[in-house]
Design a protein around this ligand. Sequence first.
Ligand code: GLA
Length: 411
Amino acid sequence: MNMKHTAQLVVGGLLAAVACANSWAQKFDGLASTPQMGWNSWNKFACDIDERLIRETADAMVRQGLKDAGYQYVNIDDCWQGQRDADGTIQPDPKRFPSGMKALADYVHGKGLKLGIYSDAGATTCGGRPGSRGHEYQDARTYASWGIDYVKYDWCDTPGLNAEAAYTTMRDAIAKAGRPMLFSICEWGMSKPWEWAGKVGHSWRTTPDIYNCFDCQFSPGFSTGLGVLRILDKHADAGLRKFAGPGHWNDMDMLEVGNGMSDDEDRAHLSIWAMMASPLILGNDLRSMSEATRRILTNPGVIAVSQDKLGVQALRVLADGPLELYAKPLDGGEWALMFLNRSNQPADVDHDWKKQVLIDDLSKRSVDFKQSVYRWSDLWSKKTGDTSTKLKARLAPHSVLMLRLTGPAKP
Ligand code: GLA
């Protein structure tokens, strides 16, 4: 064996080791044992973002009590990017982020919060900025050096790319960079990511972008925007719930609470996202939101349902015209229930608990209200009661009645 062969063997061995390391690469554990909570710039600001907005949003997250309520990520979406330098290292837009991302991360961390960033598996992002294709390892290293905590990774400009392979490359790049960064897959459900993404990312978008309305759809040519109920129906019908759980969530997209729907619709929107164990990523202007919006977003009972450590996505147990009932098993034998009025007319709930055994095959939990009495508390109105008597209520248009059931109290 000559020197050249020895060198080839050593190089071959190294390559094999790298390949092994890659196939063993894992996403970081423990970053989303409950659905992630934070804010993202896109829904309200689109490309009109700069470092001042991000700093002021971090300030508002603390000042408005959102941090105390559990929101922790401040996520910069598309359009932060400038050009790549001569080495290919991505630079932030110098006009909008003149202090650089490291300084911004330090600022956000100084508030006890975390900073997220956005890129795309293609060469160009949806907003036409440089994407990460061919620069995945370099970009992950750059983000780690800035102190980034969260990467949302989009799917524009990817013809011919295999989604699982492309997202796995970025997962491995993040693992190699060595800094725990939550990996949020944004592929709009095109390749059924729920079937492969549990090992790759911490959440995956399941639908096209949300559109700021309760019951409508917007289809301007190529792109589609779905209102709250359209996104819910994709989750309630598609059997997606078995793919969700601690560390890996179906992502129904960022919230539109505070962006113009009615308060009832906003309460329903947040309740639905909490019941479905979707990430809770705010999409409004935190600096100027109304007190009503602030109270909705910080409702502790609803957030506790979202963040329940069992991590089971709700199932639809009843669909009776415009009225639907959803149930989410909670830790410690408790349940969250949500009656939803889909209609733009009031609807009456007249629910005889004893007529239906609540069964969830997925979590192997059931309740027969003929056998057990549970106490309930209404997470929005704060009323209380129990399941020994019928539940009667009038639901306003596009509203929910959301209950937490504890018990059983007595046989
Ligand atoms: C896609 C994503 C959105 C947002 C924009 C940014 O549409 O689905 O959430 O990130 O790109 O351009």
